[in-house]
Design a protein around this ligand. Sequence first.
Ligand SMILES: *[C@@H]1O[C@H](CO)[C@@H](O)[C@H](O)[C@H]1NC(C)=O
Ligand SMILES: *[C@@H]1O[C@H](CO)[C@@H](O)[C@H](O)[C@H]1NC(C)=O
Ligand SMILES: *[C@@H]1O[C@H](CO)[C@@H](O)[C@H](O)[C@H]1NC(C)=O
Ligand SMILES: *[C@@H]1O[C@H](CO)[C@@H](O)[C@H](O)[C@H]1NC(C)=O
Ligand SMILES: *[C@@H]1O[C@H](CO)[C@@H](O)[C@H](O)[C@H]1NC(C)=O
Ligand SMILES: *[C@@H]1O[C@H](CO)[C@@H](O)[C@H](O)[C@H]1NC(C)=O
Ligand SMILES: *[C@@H]1O[C@H](CO)[C@@H](O)[C@H](O)[C@H]1NC(C)=O
Ligand SMILES: *[C@@H]1O[C@H](CO)[C@@H](O)[C@H](O)[C@H]1NC(C)=O
Length: 239
Amino acid sequence: MEFKIAINIVAFILCVLGSFLTVSADAVTPPTHNYTVTQNDVTCVVLNGGFQLVIPYTSNSKNYTTTVSVSNITTVNGTCDRNVNVLNIYFYKNWKLSFIFINTTVDHYSIGSINLTYGMTTSQFKNLSTTQVGQMITQSSDLPQNTSTGPFGGSYLCSGETTLSLNAGITLKIYNIQYRAFGKTKSGAFSQKNIENCLLSTPVPDMNTAAAVIVGIALGSMMVVVIVLYVIISKARGL
Ligand SMILES: *[C@@H]1O[C@H](CO)[C@@H](O)[C@H](O)[C@H]1NC(C)=O
Ligand SMILES: *[C@@H]1O[C@H](CO)[C@@H](O)[C@H](O)[C@H]1NC(C)=O
Ligand SMILES: *[C@@H]1O[C@H](CO)[C@@H](O)[C@H](O)[C@H]1NC(C)=O
Ligand SMILES: *[C@@H]1O[C@H](CO)[C@@H](O)[C@H](O)[C@H]1NC(C)=O
Ligand SMILES: *[C@@H]1O[C@H](CO)[C@@H](O)[C@H](O)[C@H]1NC(C)=O
Ligand SMILES: *[C@@H]1O[C@H](CO)[C@@H](O)[C@H](O)[C@H]1NC(C)=O
Ligand SMILES: *[C@@H]1O[C@H](CO)[C@@H](O)[C@H](O)[C@H]1NC(C)=O
Ligand SMILES: *[C@@H]1O[C@H](CO)[C@@H](O)[C@H](O)[C@H]1NC(C)=O
């Protein structure tokens, strides 16, 4: 009798645990990548993060948006000039996302502009009119000078999700970003010192952390239930 109750309670907890894990697995955050630009043995740009583009478009006088993760990366390259560092990310067949880092003050840099080139493909854009299929579009968006500034010799860090508004209503969603530009070392490791955090972020724990917390809570409550049941059953049996 007591044993049956115990089994039922444990099964219930496993069920709850299972449903949490399914929810977390369904949540889509784009994959995080480590992008580097090295020239003459100096790694000037290191950028770690996940990106997603939300692109509005019109077809047959109807408005749509498509959401595309930066994945299926083919090439990463760029340039390390004295006043401008560029990171180019080539992905899908012919898409290109470029981050152009500029020197904003004597001791800080920031993302000065973002260039995006994308192709109107039927796999990413639903219900395209035939004239649009295959069109290539390039948008160059200048960002406010105070966006995401990092210190020379250090890095900029923003945990969780942030967004940047680009031209033509395009939104760049950014997940767990850390970057440095104008780096002077061969190594692409971030310095542990001199990290500037974003101010406004609403840190979202990444899914692994969230899942680990949920599993921890579920396992913890299961142990408590088992211990309590053991005590109750032992007492009932007069052990
Ligand atoms: C589509 O978007 C354009 C520009 O954002 C807007 O002017 C227009 O009213 C929208 N059309 C529809 C059908 O919602
Ligand atoms: C991305 O790559 C995966 C595996 O290589 C492939 O199945 C998928 O079709 C690719 N997606 C695009 C949009 O190219
Ligand atoms: C980066 O790679 C692309 C595609 O392979 C190439 O066309 C381009 O010239 C390269 N740019 C630099 C700066 O190396
Ligand atoms: C940043 O700009 C200032 C002024 O233009 C210049 O003196 C300095 O050398 C630049 N620093 C870097 C790392 O490019
Ligand atoms: C595409 O158009 C068809 C008919 O014109 C419509 O039924 C369908 O819902 C549209 N798809 C999207 C994603 O809007
Ligand atoms: C970005 O776009 C601007 C405007 O089209 C262009 O002048 C610049 O060379 C581009 N930069 C890169 C790195 O693609
Ligand atoms: C950046 O500057 C703009 C315009 O000067 C201002 O509206 C905005 O609040 C500033 N953002 C930050 C994060 O300081
Ligand atoms: C990114 O890659 C560089 C070069 O391979 C490496 O030195 C660095 O540790 C990596 N950073 C992260 C956060 O993975």
